[in-house]
Write a protein that binds this ligand. Sequence first.
Ligand SMILES: Nc1ncnc2c1ncn2[C@@H]1O[C@H](COP(=O)(O)OP(=O)(O)OP(=O)(O)O)[C@@H](O)[C@H]1O
Ligand SMILES: O=C(O)C1=C[C@@H](O)[C@@H](O)[C@H](O)C1
Ligand SMILES: [Mg+2]
Length: 172
Amino acid sequence: MKIFLTGYMGSGKSVVGKMLAKKLNYKYVDLDDQIEVMQGKSINAIFEEKGELYFRKLESQALDDILENNSNMIISLGGGTPCYGNNLERISAQKDSLSIYLKASVETLLNRLFPEKIHRPVISHLETREALEEFIRKHLFERAYYYNQSDLNVTVDDKKPETIVAQIIEKL
Ligand SMILES: Nc1ncnc2c1ncn2[C@@H]1O[C@H](COP(=O)(O)OP(=O)(O)OP(=O)(O)O)[C@@H](O)[C@H]1O
Ligand SMILES: O=C(O)C1=C[C@@H](O)[C@@H](O)[C@H](O)C1
Ligand SMILES: [Mg+2]
């Protein structure tokens, strides 16, 4: 069984995914980490040196490797993974799998991402809190169309990661 976690940057896919894998005794795969290991470079460096389109190609290839692997695993996707190419169709077509949208409000995302934006090339150029808020509002509006096609969703605002993990397990 594969469980894919989807959601915007900062929604908690990595934090929740790791905990969930431990609880279920599943393998844990973070798509972003996988790309960094494969390339021997940070995502920031890949964006800077080769651009976003190249990154999207690597992301799609890293997803292929996961789709071909039959182990039980929790997969934290990248924030953009379901929104590019045919990634969403391939994820949805995967047998014995479930996708879960970690749904966070703009306010929650802003509070988490403003201090960490430097690690995320899509938002690192936004200088002020106001500019980041405006960007997240529009970007999330566009991306929600893809995230909402997940099999389940869990709201994450004001919840500890432990609570989110317990709620996911309850829904399984
Ligand atoms: N439920 C939560 N409560 C409080 N803080 C959280 C929670 N979930 C995540 N965080 C914090 O928010 C930040 C972003 O979390 P995380 O890196 O897991 O997000 P992500 O969805 O994997 O983002 P990305 O798509 O950029 O990889 C981290 O600092 C993390 O510790
Ligand atoms: O939302 C996005 O487009 C991204 C999210 C991160 O997880 C990384 O995959 C990368 O920084 C791009
Ligand atoms: Mg992550």
